[in-house]
Design a protein around this ligand. Structure first.
Ligand SMILES: NC(=O)c1ccc[n+]([C@@H]2O[C@H](COP(=O)([O-])OP(=O)(O)OC[C@H]3O[C@@H](n4cnc5c(N)ncnc54)[C@H](OP(=O)(O)O)[C@@H]3O)[C@@H](O)[C@H]2O)c1
Length: 331
């Protein structure tokens, strides 16, 4: 086992939490029961905010960043895990309150670990990552609500070319829904069509303040953008439809009225990937195994050495990353 290893540590720099690479040893790691050798991690919007310091994600410092990790158990004081087990961790406060996946080794609580789903390799599980897992939770929330099934009405995905958006489009298309993609990057239309998007709208058409009730169009929607975009999506959702709200890439505010909810029965379904129960977690991974084609997953994913994290963190916050990024933690 390496005595010293590299990790991305968020720490105070001039009153601001910013990420930088540091060398750690095993004794620096938290005293949790399972030691995992991390093989892969990934880049989510939240990771971008944490590493660049553009968002206060870490709630205590120093904090090892990385919302997600996949790897192999090296030591375990828990009867549930033994050396050699392949595991995945999404959420559970990693990079917020608990040290995360941007480290060659990490010690974790046994209950945060999930056995690697058979359908995926360690690498593919990080191509899915929190973004893909969140997309699956959102699809399940819409299906449970019940109004996107049974006809050819449209389901809208905003922030379409991003991580959550890309996986959401693939999952929805594979499950037979007619998907409309809202993106600010017309150059991604071919990519989004290949994932299964049938129609496109420019994201600027949703970013200006609109009426409280607009022409009904979306049977359901998965929104990564928030703010005025989410308000307009709610105002354009059909009678009885639902919007799964995942993100805030366009802002954390919600300048909306209650009109879509009280006159059209539109539901706003909140999606929280961090503290989703084990049952919901397992169901989401089962949906991913069933509906996410591995070749398509590979096409929406790029592989990068961890050394490129600082640069890519800037890019994802600027909305410049397409699809998913996997980091090989050994590089
Ligand atoms: N609820 C949860 O548990 C959970 C889990 C994962 C992620 N999230 C949130 O979901 C959001 C998406 O995450 P991600 O990892 O998919 O990020 P991402 O890869 O950066 O995707 C976000 C996309 O939103 C669009 N966008 C960016 N800035 C925008 C702006 N100012 N106005 C309108 N659209 C904008 C861009 O899509 P186009 O270029 O196609 O327009 C961008 O690709 C983030 O806010 C993240 O924090 C929440």
């Amino acid at each position: 086992m390496a005595e010293r290893f590299r990790a991305m540590v968020i720490d105070d720099e001039g009153g601001k939490p910013v990420g930088a690479f540091r060398e750690l040893t095993l004794t620096d790691l938290p005293d949790h029961d399972v030691l995992v050798e991390v093989h892969f991690s990934t880049l989510n919007y939240k990771d971008g905010l944490a590493v660049t310091g553009k968002g206060r994600i870490a709630r205590r410092l120093p904090m090892v960043g990385g919302v997600d990790l996949s790897g192999i158990v090296v030591e375990s004081r828990s009867p549930d895990w033994k050396p050699g087990d392949k595991v995945v961790v999404n959420g559970w406060g990693l990079s917020e309150t608990e040290w995360g996946g941007y480290s060659r080794f990490q010690r974790l609580k046994p209950e945060w670990l999930t056995r690697l789903p058979e359908a995926f390799t360690l690498e593919e599980s990080m191509a899915v990552g929190t973004a893909g897992y969140t997309a699956a939770l959102a699809v399940q929330a819409l299906e449970a609500w019940g109004t996107i099934t049974g006809d050819s009405r449209e389901v809208l995905v905003t922030g379409a070319a991003g991580g959550v958006g890309s996986v959401a489009i693939k999952l929805l298309a594979r499950r037979g829904y007619t998907v409309t993609a809202s993106t600010g990057r017309p150059e991604t239309h071919d990519y989004l069509s290949a994932l299964g998007a049938k129609n496109f709208i420019d994201r600027s058409s949703l970013s200006e303040k609109g009426g409280a009730l607009q022409k009904e169009r979306w049977a359901g929607a998965i929104d990564s953008v928030g703010s005025t975009t989410l308000a307009n999506v709610l105002a354009q959702t059909v009678q009885g439809g639902a919007v799964a709200a995942c993100g805030l890439a366009g802002g954390a505010d919600l300048p909306a009225t209650v009109m879509p909810h009280i006159l059209r029965g539109v539901a706003l379904l909140g999606i929280d990937s961090v503290m989703a129960s084990h049952e919901r977690h397992d169901k989401a991974w089962a949906l991913l195994a069933e509906s996410l084609d591995r070749q398509q997953l590979a096409r929406m994913t790029r592989h990068e050495p961890l050394s490129r994290l600082p640069e890519l963190a800037q890019d994802i916050v600027a909305g410049k990353v397409r699809g998913r990024v996997v980091f090989d933690i050994s590089q």
